[in-house]
Write a protein that binds this ligand. Structure first.
Ligand code: GLC
Length: 797
C-alpha cells in the first residue's frame, strides 16, 4: 500500500493519503534559519541552533504526534464550520475534505479542498542575501469553487518557544516570566526579555481583523490546536501579556465571490515590528514569488551539478533529486534537528560530519569546506577528534548571548577536551578521505597548507592535521597489532571492552591510501615513503590475524576473544569488517569474493543488509552495549542503513555490478513506495535503520532524513556504481553496473567545466572500459579541463 507518489517534474513527493502512521518529514531553510515540518504542518523552526535558539515550540514524542506546527485555519463565517489547510490539527473526516501535502526541495505545500473552498499553504524560508533577517513565509491561496458568495476567516498560528530548549522543558517558575507578547503595527511580537534584542514576530501582508499573543487566549484552557477557541468563536481576543506562553495568531476576514481567489501571506521572523515592516515590503506578493523562484533556482543549480540517466527510474529519481537533497540537509543542519533528535543537542558529531562532508563536495562546496575547517579545529594535538563538539567553542565570538538568571555554566575549554577514555577510534580517520575528496573536487591544493588551530593547543597545516590523525591510529594498536577500537569504532554499540577493531584497521588502510595518493601528487615523497611502510605493515598484520578462513573477524575483545568468527554462535558475520577489508584493498580478490559472499548469505534481506547476524541475545559487556540492544533493532542485527553502501562499493571493487545493484535495490527508499504497510517511513529518504529479521516488525524503517546513510548512498552509487570519480588531475570513469544495462549517461560539472559522459555496454559486462573517447578523440584518461563543455564516451568490455 502507498500514501503518495513522486512528481518528478515538480521534484515533489505528494502525500495524497494524509493519515500516514508516521510523520513524513521535510526541511525548510538553507542558511541560518531552519525548520523541520511534517506532512501535516507539524514541526518547529530555529535560528542557528535548534537547542539555543528555538523559535517555535514542539512537543516531542507526543500524542497526537508532532504537534504543534505552523498552521493555517479557515473558518466559514456563515455557519462557523472551520478546518485547517493541513489535515492536522483539525483533522476533518477524510471522506469530506480532500487533503494532500507536497514536499519539495526546501518548501512544503499543504492543499485542501473542502466545502467549495480550494486552498493551499506553502511554507518556505527565502534565501537572504546578507543572511541577516531570516523569515519563514506562509503563502496562502484560497479559491471559492462554489456557486455562492463566501464569507471566510483565515488564521495563521504559531506557538513561540522560550528559545533555549531547557527553558521550554523545565523550571517554569522562571521561564513563564521570561518571555512576553506585544502587538505593534499589525504584528504580534514575542520578546525574550532576558535576552538582549531578542524578538520574534508573526505578521501578515494585511491589516489584521484580530490577533492573539497569548496561547491560552487563542487555544482556550480546555481546548487544543484541534479546536482553538479563537477559531471556534470566529473572533480573537487581542491578548498580550508580559509573561505566560506567547503565541502568534492573526485573523483576516475575506469575502470571495464564486470563482474568486485570494492570496494571503504570513511571516514568521526574527526581529521586532520594524523587521516585520521590512519583511512585508521585501516579501510582498511579488517579492514572495521572486524569493520562491530564487529558492528553486538555487536547487536547480545544485542538482544540475550532476544528473544521471540510467535505465533504473528510481535510481535516477534518487540520485537526481532525493538522495542529494537528503545529503545536503545533513551537511547544512548536522544531525540535531528532527522529530527524533528534538534539538536537545547542538554541534557536530565528528565522524558523522566528516562523512557527510566527504560525500557531496560537488554540490555543496562551501558548506563542506566549512564543516572540514570546523572538524580540523575540533581535532586535538594528539590527533584524535572530539567526538561531539560545538564549533562555537573555538570561534572568537564563543559563548552564547543567552543571559539567564538560572545558572548556565560558561563552557570551559579545558573541560571540553575529552581524553582517550571517550575517544572513538574512527572519528579523525574520516577526516583524511574527507579532506582529500574535497580537494580532488575543487583542485585547491593550497588547502593542504592552510594553518588551522588544534582544539587544545597549537596549530598546524591541514597536511599536518592529517598526519596527526594517521599517526594517532598507527600508535593505538593492541596486543595483536591491530588498531584499538577505544571507546567505540564507527559502531557506537560494539565497544569490544576497548579491544581491537578490524573496522578501524581497514579504515586506517583506506585513509592511508588516500593520503599516499595526495602525497605523491604533491611530490611529498618523504611522507609517501613513511606512510607507505605504515600501510604495508598494517595490511600484513590484518591479513595474518583477522582472516578467519571464509570472512574477516570483527575484532578482538580486551581479553583477547575473537568476534565475528565462524565458530561464533551470535554475531558471526559483520558488515563493517568485511566491506572495509575489500574497500581498503586489504583483502585479496579471493578473500574479497569469499567474504562478500558471506555478507550476501548471512546478511541479505529484501529490505537491505543487516549489520550483523545472528543478532546477539546473550548479554556480554566484553563485546559491548550491542548485546543489550533488542535483537533486530539498531546496531544489533538491524538493517543499519549507513554500512549498506559500503557493500555496494565493495562489490564494485570486486567487479560484481549485478550484486551491487541487488544490494542497492534492497535499501533504496523509492523502491518501497508501494510497501508502506511494511516500511512505515517516508519513501524519499534513507532511514537510520530498518528492523532486521530477528524482530517482529522486520522491514519497518525508523529515523528518516538525518543519517549518514544518505551521503554514503550517494557517494557509493555515483563513484563506485556509476564510477565517476574526480581525482587530483583527471576524472575517472570506471562503472560497475548490472550486465543487462545497455549503458547510461551522466552530466557532471567539475572545476568549472561540464562533462557529458555516455557509457555504452554492448558486450553486457559488469565492469571494465575498453575504449574511452574525450571530445571525440581516443584517450586513456579524462583530463581536468579549465572550462567548456566536453563529451566523454566510454565503451565497456
Ligand atoms: C548513529 C551515529 C553514528 C554511528 C552509528 C552506528 O548513526 O550517529 O555516529 O556511527 O549510529 O553506531
Amino acid at each position: 500500500m502507498r500514501y503518495g507518489y513522486f512528481d518528478d517534474q515538480a521534484r515533489e513527493y505528494v502525500t495524497d493519503r494524509v493519515d500516514v502512521p508516521v510523520s513524513f518529514t521535510n526541511y525548510l531553510g538553507t542558511q541560518r534559519m531552519g525548520a523541520v515540518v511534517s506532512h501535516n504542518a507539524g514541526g518547529y523552526c530555529w535560528l542557528d541552533s535548534p537547542q539555543y535558539h528555538r523559535i517555535t515550540r514542539f512537543r516531542p514524542n507526543g500524542v497526537p504526534m508532532d504537534w504543534p506546527g505552523h498552521y493555517v485555519y479557515l473558518r466559514d463565517d456563515a455557519d462557523g464550520d472551520y478546518w485547517s489547510l493541513s489535515w492536522q490539527p483539525v483533522g476533518k473526516p477524510l471522506d469530506e475534505a480532500k487533503y494532500a501535502c507536497r514536499h519539495g526541495l526546501s518548501y512544503s505545500v499543504y492543499q485542501c479542498d473542502y466545502k467549495g473552498i480550494s486552498a493551499s499553504q506553502t511554507l518556505f524560508i527565502p534565501r537572504e542575501d546578507g543572511g541577516d533577517d531570516p523569515v519563514e513565509v506562509f503563502d496562502v491561496r484560497i479559491k471559492n469553487t462554489s456557486d455562492a458568495v463566501r464569507r471566510l476567516s483565515v488564521y495563521g498560528y504559531v506557538e513561540f518557544s522560550f528559545h533555549h530548549i531547557d527553558m521550554d522543558n523545565q523550571n517554569f517558575q522562571m521561564s513563564l516570566y521570561a518571555a512576553g507578547s506585544h502587538y505593534r503595527n499589525g504584528a504580534v511580537l514575542c520578546e525574550l526579555h532576558y535576552e538582549e534584542n531578542s524578538w520574534q514576530f508573526f505578521a501578515g501582508d494585511f491589516e489584521p481583523d484580530g490577533f492573539d499573543g497569548v496561547r491560552e487566549s487563542f487555544i482556550g484552557a480546555y481546548h487544543t490546536e484541534r479546536d482553538p477557541e479563537g477559531v471556534r468563536k470566529g473572533a480573537l481576543s487581542s491578548s498580550t501579556e508580559l509573561g505566560g506562553n506567547p503565541c502568534g495568531a492573526l485573523q483576516k476576514k475575506l469575502t470571495l465571490k464564486p470563482g474568486e481567489e485570494a492570496r494571503v501571506l504570513f511571516y514568521l521572523g526574527t526581529g521586532d515590528d520594524k523587521a516585520a515592516q521590512k519583511t512585508r515590503q521585501r516579501y510582498d506578493k511579488a517579492g514572495a514569488d521572486r524569493a520562491f523562484e530564487q529558492l528553486r533556482a538555487w536547487w536547480d543549480g545544485k542538482l544540475g551539478r550532476m544528473q544521471v540517466k540510467t535505465p533504473h527510474e528510481n535510481m535516477n529519481r534518487s540520485l537526481n533529486i532525493w538522495n542529494l537533497y537528503q545529503s545536503e540537509i545533513n551537511v547544512l543542519f548536522s544531525r540535531f534537528s528532527s522529530f527524533i533528535e528534538v534539538g536537545g543537542r547542538t554541534g557536530l558529531g565528528y565522524r558523522d560530519t566528516a562523512q557527510d562532508a566527504m560525500c557531496i563536495p560537488h554540490a555543496e562546496p562551501e558548506m563542506c569546506e566549512k564543516r572540514l575547517r570546523q572538524l580540523l579545529n575540533g581535532q586535538t594535538g594528539m590527533g584524535y577528534g572530539l567526538h561531539l563538539f560545538d564549533p562555537a567553542w573555538f570561534e572568537k565570538k564563543a559563548g552564547q548571548s543567552f543571559n539567564s538568571p538560572t545558572v548556565v555554566p560558561t563552557p570551559d575549554k579545558a573541560g571540553m577536551i575529552h581524553g582517550l577514555k571517550d575517544t572513538c577510534a574512527d572519528d579523525a580517520l574520516w577526516l583524511v578521505p574527507a579532506v582529500i575528496e574535497n580537494v580532488r573536487e575543487s583542485g585547491d591544493i593550497g588547502f593542504f597548507d592552510q594553518v588551522i588551530p588544534f582544539a587544545d593547543e597549537g596549530e598546524g597545516t591541514v597536511w599536518e592535521h592529517l598526519k596527526r590523525s594517521l599517526d594517532f591510529s598507527c600508535r593505538q594498536v593492541g596486543a595483536h597489532g591491530v588498531t584499538k577500537g577505544l571507546r567505540a569504532d564507527w559502531n557506537d554499540c560494539l565497544n569490544l571492552g576497548g579491544g581491537e577493531s578490524a573496522m578501524v584497521a581497514f579504515l586506517l588502510v583506506w585513509a592511508l591510501r588516500h593520503f599516499l595518493d595526495a602525497a605523491r601528487f604533491l611530490g611529498r615523497l618523504d611522507d609517501a615513503a613513511v606512510y607507505q611502510k605504515k600501510m604495508d605493515d598494517m595490511i600484513d598484520v590484518c591479513r595474518k590475524v583477522l582472516w578467519d578462513g571464509k570472512w574477516w573477524l570483527r575484532g578482538f575483545t580486551a581479553d583477547g576473544r575473537a568476534i565475528g568468527s565462524q565458530l561464533a554462535r551470535e554475531g558471526k558475520v559483520h558488515m563493517e569488517c568485511n566491506t572495509w577489508a575489500v574497500i581498503s584493498g586489504t583483502a585479496t580478490r579471493e578473500q574479497g569474493l569469499s567474504c562478500m559472499n558471506a555478507v550476501d548469505e548471512y546478511l541479505y534481506t529484501p529490505f537491505g543488509l543487516m549489520l550483523n547476524a545472528p543478532s546477539f541475545t546473550t548479554v556480554d559487556d566484553g563485546i559491548g552495549f550491542v548485546s543489550r540492544v533488542y535483537p533486530g533493532v539498531k546496531e544489533n542485527g538491524a538493517i543499519f542503513s549507513h554500512p549498506n553502501p559500503w557493500a555496494w562499493a565493495a562489490e564494485c571493487v570486486l567487479g560484481r555490478g549485478g550484486r551491487a545493484m541487488k544490494f542497492y535495490n534492497a535499501l533504496l527508499p523509492e523502491n518501497q513506495n508501494d510497501q508502506m504497510e511494511i516500511r512505515q517511513a517516508e519513501p524519499y529518504s534513507y532511514c537510520q535503520f530498518i528492523m532486521g529479521k530477528d524482530h517482529t516488525a522486520f522491514g519497518r524503517a525508523r529515523h528518516p532524513f538525518m543519517t549518514g546513510s544518505s551521503g554514503w548512498a550517494y557517494f557509493a552509487a555515483t563513484r563506485s556504481m556509476l564510477g565517476v570519480r574526480p581525482e587530483f588531475d583527471h576524472l575517472t570513469v570506471d562503472p560497475c553496473i548490472p550486465a543487462e544495462w545497455d549503458g547510461f549517461e551522466v552530466k557532471r560539472m567539475w572545476r568549472g567545466a561540464e562533462y557529458l559522459i555516455s557509457v555504452r555496454n554492448p558486450d553486457h559486462v559488469e565492469k571494465g572500459v575498453r575504449e574511452l573517447r574525450v571530445d571525440g578523440r581516443v584517450a586513456d584518461r579524462v583530463p581536468a579541463f579549465d572550462g567548456g563543455v566536453h563529451t566523454v564516451e566510454a565503451v565497456m568490455g
